[in-house]
Design a protein around this ligand. Structure first.
Ligand SMILES: [Zn+2]
Ligand SMILES: [Zn+2]
Length: 509
């Protein structure tokens, strides 16, 4: 198998790996590059492969950094099948059109400025129509059911415990006497995560392509429930609101899980909770459709009539009028809204109406990259500009880092060490260079497995054990025969044989 790294190589985003095997071209993930401009630029560069020549795209999960270039791939000629779990297919149905909408809006904004500067208009990376058309290539698959890609090649999707529907993908190639097993970790989730079953441990893999988002970090010990309860009480006692910027997928639902638990235990003041994001509402109904994926704990909550996503005290505001009305409410509210980094969406309105109020609180539950509005608020700026208006930052600002959906460094090592048939090599991807390099070192020193951090566009040849094992066997047999011959020969002859053998080996140098 020839494996090439066309994304998430020495960076977190843009996951994209091309496996050429048995005359097929199989892409694993086709993600959007996000973050600094020099990384985002890659979204507009030609694909390093011919989209029309790709037979399958296997998708680990619905996050945009793994799926966000699908509409472009399809528009540029991809006609194969996109395989993903049923829940991922449902999530992509809302996430890809949403990503396209953001692309269209950003381009429109740029073009408005560009027009005034006398520049020609730019086309968006892809449109909502492109996204809608790309959805027809999606095909849902089940967990732990090998799917045949060709007579010798299967793909098996395994639960990754990261977000709803997330998977690791095991590619098995049966061409020689020994199979070649290549495992793509996707994003590895944390154990004990709300809703989700723990990531599976895999029995055997020859090569592992492994994420390293938290490759050099530890999740802090934190009691999210009590911090959340206290901040809500404080805001309630002051007569303010609690504003929580949150990603629409998993984070919003995880918050509802905790709020419902607090509410049930009588731990909350009489506040109303609002999900003010059409995307988060759509995603929440997809969660409701896939309860079969919930873990034991959540299943028993539902059986006991305590469904975290369907509590009476949670409301979904869908229309902009409903959203605007929240700002007029005399009652204390908890408002969960997107985007998680405060860069777009309704959250900006809520920040505008609450940041200046000392009685309100803003709770950050997700990573805020440098340069985002969220980061500026967390960094303690006294005032920020929202919709061209200067807003003072007087609200209580709280950061909760316990909601990560990624395994941290010890958990990643622990997951990898669970592979009983030790992999021959690990490719460390999906991490900032420091994180990837640190994890690589830990894998080599702690587990004794060869590990590399592949460069962007580098290609590697992966072989099944067959050839290596056959070579070692031949070598061993040759050694035995030489020993036998030496034992049988008389001492004078022995010297002559050794002399000749040396000549043979030297001659090969
Ligand atoms: Zn992810
Ligand atoms: Zn990711």
């Amino acid at each position: 198998m020839r494996l090439s790294f066309y994304g998430a190589a020495r960076t977190v985003t843009g996951s994209c790996f091309l496996a050429e095997v048995s005359g097929m071209r199989v892409l694993v993930d086709c993600g959007l590059f996000q973050g600094p401009p020099e990384v985002r630029e890659r979204n507009f560069k030609p694909f390093p492969f011919l989209p029309a020549a790709i037979d399958f795209l296997l998708l680990t999960h619905a996050h945009i950094d793994h799926s966000g270039l699908i509409p472009r791939l399809c528009r540029e000629g991809f006609r194969g099948k996109i395989l993903a779990t049923e829940a991922s297919v449902d999530l992509l149905g809302v996430l890809l059109p949403d990503a396209a909408h953001i692309q269209e809006m950003e381009t429109e904004q740029k073009n408005r400025k560009g027009k005034r500067a006398g520049k020609p208009p730019l086309a968006p990376l892809y449109t909502v129509a492109d996204a809608a058309r790309s959805l027809q290539f999606l095909e849902g698959v089940g967990y732990e059911t090998p799917v045949s890609l060709s007579p010798g090649v299967t793909a098996t999707f395994l639960n990754a415990g990261h977000i709803l529907g997330a998977s690791m993908i095991l590619l098995t190639v049966n061409e020689g006497s020994v199979p070649l097993r290549v495992l793509f970790s996707g994003d590895v989730g944390r154990k004990g995560q709300r809703f989700l079953k723990d990531p599976v441990t895999v029995d055997a893999a020859d090569y592992v392509i492994m994420e390293s988002t938290y490759g050099n970090r530890l999740h802090p010990e934190e009691n999210e429930l009590s911090v959340l309860r206290e901040v809500i009480w404080r805001a309630y006692n002051r007569g303010g609101n609690v504003i929580i910027p949150a990603f629409a997928v998993e984070r919003t639902q995880d918050l509802l899980y905790d709020l419902s638990e607090l509410n049930h235990a009588g731990g909350l003041p009489p506040v109303k909770v609002y999900i003010d994001s059409p995307l988060a509402s759509a995603v929440t109904s997809i969660f409701n459709r896939h309860r079969e994926l919930y873990d034991q704990e959540t299943q028993s909550l539902i059986r006991a009539g305590l469904d975290p996503l369907n509590s009476d005290f949670v409301h979904f505001s869908v229309t902009t009028e409903e959203s605007r009305a929240l700002n007029e409410s005399p009652q204390s509210l908890v408002i969960i809204s997107a985007s998680g980094m405060c860069e777009a969406g309704r959250i900006r309105h809520h920040l505008k109406h609450n940041l200046w109020r000392p009685e309100s609180a803003v709770v950050f539950v997700g990573f805020q990259p440098v340069g985002t509005l969220g980061r500026r608020i967390l960094d303690g700026e006294r005032s920020v500009t929202i919709f061209g208006e200067e807003i003072a930052v007087r609200a209580e600002i709280v950061e909760l880092s316990g909601y990560s959906a990624h395994a941290d460094q010890p958990a990643l090592i622990n997951w990898l060490s669970g592979i009983t048939h030790k992999p021959r090599q690990v490719f460390v991807v999906h991490g900032e260079p420091d994180a990837a390099e640190f994890l690589r070192g830990r894998i080599e020193s702690g587990l004794g497995i060869k590990a590399v951090v592949p460069d962007f566009a580098s290609s590697w040849t992966l072989v099944a054990d067959v050839r290596a094992e056959a070579l070692w066997d031949a070598y061993r047999r040759l050694g035995d025969r030489i020993q036998e011959t030496l034992r049988a020969a008389d001492p004078a002859e022995t010297a002559e044989i050794v002399h000749r053998l040396e000549a043979v080996f030297n001659g090969r140098k």
